[in-house]
Design a protein around this ligand. Structure first.
Ligand code: ZN
Ligand code: ZN
Length: 411
């Protein structure tokens, strides 16, 4: 048996998306419909009914973990997802390049994304190798646009500290402070404040920033740190089910979650984690990975990006592109006598709301052990009448179970 698990981020929507239909319902998806005709659909509450999911917590839940038990923050997934190693005791952050100006009271925020910087980040990363505080090891890596991740390694650190990003233009950067009375929190908050100040000093005169300013662009002259997290204690999927999995994802966060679950990352050229991602390349990578691994998890982010942008046409178009560039390929080239597929989203990102909501998400299972229901598509209303009913999280354990890999609980 082989397993394929596909998550389209923020796949779900609401009737307000397009003329009384969700984007998934409105999209023209003949190949997805063909799969739905062969399989069984349902609705999944990614974490639980009434819980508004973040992407990281939703993914943990869909992979079979209890996020209320294991989630320590997004920073660790950002660091893993960018290729850093993370060990117990490290504190990890999502680190954005931001734009600030000095004022009498401190650094004042001009932009949270440094004018959506899209070149020269590796030069800035090199400059930030100058971050230095005795007794600690500080690592920063830039990823796409303004994004990056930072890891502090040292003795007696704590994740219970606040972020420095004020989220509001014109406000002073917030000094990090302990959020709980626990050992190490004050020390870690102090380190974060020193790193913030040092990042400004290392970047403010950087030639790239002088060039940006001369071109009328915002400088990338500070690191904004948020999502402090330490290493979560997750038993790997392999240790539970005895099977090996691979992850194909353009977004660092999703690669990071999957790596934390024990999956092996497979890089794909052109996988951007955005609407412009190369879905054809990802489909090929899924088929290739299936030769080596028992199951493959493939993440597509474009649906969520379009939802946040409140762009119904872009979301619908991305779903239609998935249909022809991914599902058509799978229909034609997967051995369906020995393969199970699960397809869902990690939450809804409706167009009019522009953010994640509590609504359940359609889910589809296809494979030899899955009884067909009467559905011929997987829009939210059809899925609500589907053979799988409505359940919470745990889509990957269900998929692995259909592949006959689930351990028995009890005797
Ligand atoms: Zn998401
Ligand atoms: Zn989102």
């Amino acid at each position: 048996m082989k397993g394929i698990f596909i998550i389209a981020d923020g796949l779900g929507g609401r009737p307000s998306d397009i003329d009384g239909k969700t984007c998934l319902e409105a999209a023209d998806t003949p190949y997805l419909d063909a799969l739905a005709t062969r399989g069984s659909s349902g609705l999944v509450d990614p974490i639980g009914p009434g819980v508004r999911p973040g992407s990281d917590t939703a993914h943990l839940s869909l992979m079979g973990y209890d996020p209320y038990e294991v989630y320590t923050g997004r920073g660790v997934f950002e660091c893993l997802g960018i290729g850093m190693d993370v060990k117990a005791g490290d504190i990890c952050f999502r680190a954005n390049f931001g734009s600030v100006e000095t004022s009498d009271d401190g650094l004042r925020l001009l932009d949270r994304r440094a004018g959506r910087i899209n070149e020269g980040q590796k030069d800035l990363e090199a400059a930030l190798r100058g971050l230095s505080i005795p007794g600690t090891e500080i690592d920063f890596l830039a990823s796409t646009q303004h994004r990056g991740a930072l890891r502090i390694r040292g003795e007696g650190l704590s994740r219970f500290i606040s972020e420095t990003d004020p989220h509001v233009i014109g406000e002073l950067l917030h000094p990090s402070a302990p959020t709980a009375d626990v050992p190490g929190a004050q020390k870690t908050a102090d380190l974060v404040n020193q790193i913030t100040q040092q990042s400004y000093e290392l970047l403010v005169e950087h030639p790239l920033n002088q060039k940006r300013i001369s071109e009328g662009k915002l400088p990338a002259n500070v690191l904004l740190l948020r999502g402090a997290a330490d290493c979560p204690d997750l038993p790997s999927i392999e240790s539970i089910y005895g099977v090996r999995g691979a992850v194909i994802a353009g977004g660092a966060l999703y690669r990071g979650v999957a790596e934390a679950c024990g999956m092996t990352y497979i890089p794909v050229e052109g996988a951007t984690g955005g609407l412009d991602t190369d879905i054809v390349a990802k489909a090929e990578a899924v088929l290739n990975a299936l030769k080596t691994y028992d199951y493959v998890f493939c993440h597509l982010k474009g649906t969520d990006n379009a939802g946040h942008d409140q762009d119904a046409e872009a979301k619908k178009a991305f779903i239609e592109r998935m249909d022809t560039e991914l599902f058509k390929t799978l229909i034609e080239r997967v051995d369906w006598d020995s393969t199970h597929l699960a397809f869902t989203g990690d939450h809804c990102t409706p167009i009019d709301y522009g953010d994640h909501t509590v609504d359940p998400v359609p889910v589809l299972f296809v494979g030899p052990n899955i009884p067909r229901d009467s559905g011929t598509t997987i829009g939210i209303r059809v899925a609500g009448q589907g053979g799988l009913g409505r359940f919470s999280g745990r889509v990957l354990p269900m998929l692995l179970g259909y592949c006959n890999w689930a351990p028995k609980f009890g005797s």
